[in-house]
Design a protein around this ligand. Structure first.
Ligand SMILES: *[C@@H]1O[C@H](CO)[C@@H](O)[C@H](O)[C@H]1NC(C)=O
Ligand SMILES: *[C@@H]1O[C@H](CO)[C@@H](O)[C@H](O)[C@H]1NC(C)=O
Length: 258
């Protein structure tokens, strides 16, 4: 069946959408698009990750249905059986996992007032939160008190604090996806095609924030390797993840990035 709307579709695509996009970009006077340099774009065939257990999802039960809005990241505390997750309503939620999913409970734990995006367990019962909207790295103590750890590096404020992980030695690794665009504007960061992201570290013993790498394309997803030798970080629009060596043989041989 054809509807009258079908005749509108070409007009929508060829006229209305470009006019709307044009208006939006015109108003963003700092928007400065560039093509992605060819050397950063991968020509390698994509790596296919093996499915370790393709029965897993079939046997899984859903927890927190309709109670969790866009939970982006989780931190699981084995000792208490609690999953922490950050939601788009500004709350870090505590999900208490019970034997059956139906008995598991979700409760509002801490309201950051921003967008708690990346989460990781600290070594003192705290949850480290990268709040994208506020551009802050937070220490949420086991008592639920919020303390700002850091908000800038080398004078440049975070605008889209994204992912975080904590190494065994206590150093916190995290990313600022963009110093230029906030979370509502993230799509401009992709469309602009410029590297506005950073990989950073925060050392709680010295309270020092370091820029490990800058000029990254939407730095996202940070994980310290189990052997503590490197940190993996991803650049979303490039569809690439890289290793940043922090110690060990590889670092001695080829520096931070091989
Ligand atoms: C969790 O399960 C235990 C039994 O396995 C039960 O006693 C307890 O009430 C459950 N908790 C909740 C919140 O349902
Ligand atoms: C977070 O705060 C708690 C309570 O003050 C403290 O014990 C812990 O070391 C802090 N964590 C970091 C990473 O600063």
């Amino acid at each position: 069946m054809s509807s009258p709307l079908i005749f509108l579709k070409p007009i929508l695509i060829s006229v209305i959408i470009p006019v709307i996009l044009g208006t939006v970009f015109y108003q963003l006077d700092s928007f400065d698009p560039a093509s992605y340099p060819t050397h950063v774009l991968s020509t390698d065939p994509p790596i296919v990750a093996p499915k370790r257990n393709n029965q897993m999802l079939r046997r899984s039960e859903k927890i927190g249905v309709n109670q969790l809005l866009s939970p982006e990241d989780v931190a699981y505390d084995q000792n208490s059986g609690v999953i922490y997750t950050g939601c788009v309503d500004g709350w870090v939620k505590k999900v208490k996992v019970n034997e059956s999913a139906a008995d598991s409970t979700v409760e509002d734990w801490v309201f950051t007032g921003g967008r708690p995006l990346g989460l990781a367990l600290g070594h003192h019962g705290e949850v480290i939160v990268a709040d994208a909207d506020k551009g802050l790295l937070l220490n949420v103590t086991s008592e639920g008190e919020i303390k700002v750890l850091t908000e800038e590096a080398e004078g440049l404020k975070f605008k889209l604090a994204d992912a975080v992980d904590v190494a065994e030695d206590g150093i916190i690794y995290f990313s600022d996806a963009s110093y230029k665009y906030n979370i509502e504007q993230y799509i401009y960061d992709f469309l602009e095609g410029r590297p506005n992201g950073r990989l950073l570290s925060y050392d709680p013993s010295t309270k020092q924030t370091k820029t490990l790498l800058s000029d990254l394309y939407f730095a996202n997803g940070v994980a310290v390797s189990p052997d503590q030798n490197y940190v993996i970080f991803c650049e979303t629009p490039l569809r690439k993840c890289k290793k940043y060596y922090i110690k060990g043989e590889k670092k001695r041989i080829c520096g931070y990035v091989c």
